[in-house]
Write a protein that binds this ligand. Sequence first.
Ligand code: PAF
Length: 287
Amino acid sequence: MQIITTKAELERSIQACKMSGQTVGLVPTMGALHEGHASLVRRSVSENDVTVVSVFVNPTQFNNKEDLAKYPRSLERDAELLDSIGAQFMFAPVPEEMYTAEEMNEPFRFEFDGLDKVMEGKMRPGHFNGVVQVVSRLFYLVQPDRAYFGEKDFQQLAIIHYMVERSTLAGTFGKLQVIGCPIVREASGLALSSRNERLSAEEKQTALNISKVLFASLEWAKQPLASVPEVQQRVIDAINAVPGLEVEYYEIVDQSSLLPTDTFKHAIGCVTVYCGPVRLIDNIKYD
Ligand code: PAF
């Protein structure tokens, strides 16, 4: 596997692959790779001739400096994992390679028709703007045939779909296919996340109650008189009842519009929970 740190070298290498007719898959990541990322890379390796994995802790999507500073980084371990899976390129630039000082401080403002104003977007203003800033740049540089994202960040995936659908109208990203891949969980049910590295063994035991409650809520939703507001509140109460967990939000929304819904049809419940100081997210589809 080749490790690339500059945009120019990335574009040159990809151009050479494209010239020989090879298809290209892209897996954008912020590193600290785990089995969830590995599942995306494996899928890309199986569906494309060439796989590029970006490893870049994107400063413009963090609205909390401490969160950015504490984000786990493990470049060497990441490179070993990617090499063992069969990725051809790891793109690991420094922030100055990706952005000018102006772009870093005053990013271009994207418009997402309100998809960025709910849930994560409401709690982390500007977060999705930063995500799309880096993802669209990666799309321009790599011009991938397929790009892979995990469904754990469901709102992020919805926003990237929206961005690509609109750009495709203008022909910007050609025939790019955005592919959402299922959440990978530990045997305990805990959704894999780079942030789990910051949990102590005890906190990890506590955190597994998040998915336990979400899975229980599938049954609650099947009760004859179950309503969305009642199940929503029951999930919040059950998670908050676990010492060490505190729900920031739990919202049952329509999977396409991300707006509140009064039916479990095509609905998804998205949760953010503090486990001690660590902010974890998870979700469950009701239908
Ligand atoms: O999901 C992530 O890890 C990041 O938000 C992404 C898509 C790599 C953009 O920085």
